[in-house]
Design a protein. Structure first.
Length: 134
């Protein structure tokens, strides 16, 4: 099993991007926690320095921290590949406020891409139609 890619091994970073910008919801996604963009987001939204530190340090235990004005969640995911046969642990850090979501991770995230592709539509009640990544 391998761990979250380090900045040196992560896939080409896209940086900070807007996933959803709609009335009442702004979703920003950052695929390089080591970048200055995370510091700027921290200043903009008042993120606690320990939450920012958690984003920058490998695989952390899953948790939820409650702060004034937002919650910070660490989600651990797994990704399986056939060739080479490998299970990879990944971490997605999520800041959730009343009108914003900020996701932070090293490199590309299949989980974020799946949610983005889903586009906020309700999931089918039939599990067979949810796809293999559900």
């Amino acid at each position: 099993m391998s761990e979250t890619p380090t900045p040196a091994t992560a896939t080409a970073a896209l940086g900070l991007r807007t996933v959803i910008d709609a009335p009442g919801l702004l979703w920003l996604d950052l695929d390089d926690p080591m970048s200055k963009s995370l510091d700027e987001l921290g200043e903009r939204y008042g993120f606690h320095e320990l939450a920012i530190e958690d984003c920058r340090h490998g695989i952390q235990p899953a948790k939820i921290d409650y702060y004034d004005g937002y919650n910070f969640i660490i989600i651990n995911t797994t990704h399986y590949t056939d060739h080479p046969c490998e299970m990879t642990l990944r971490e997605i850090d999520v800041f959730i406020g009343p009108e914003f979501v900020v996701t932070v991770h090293f490199g590309a995230s299949a989980a974020v891409a799946d949610v983005e592709h889903h586009g906020g539509r309700p999931l089918s009640s039939d599990p067979r139609q949810r796809g293999r990544h559900y």
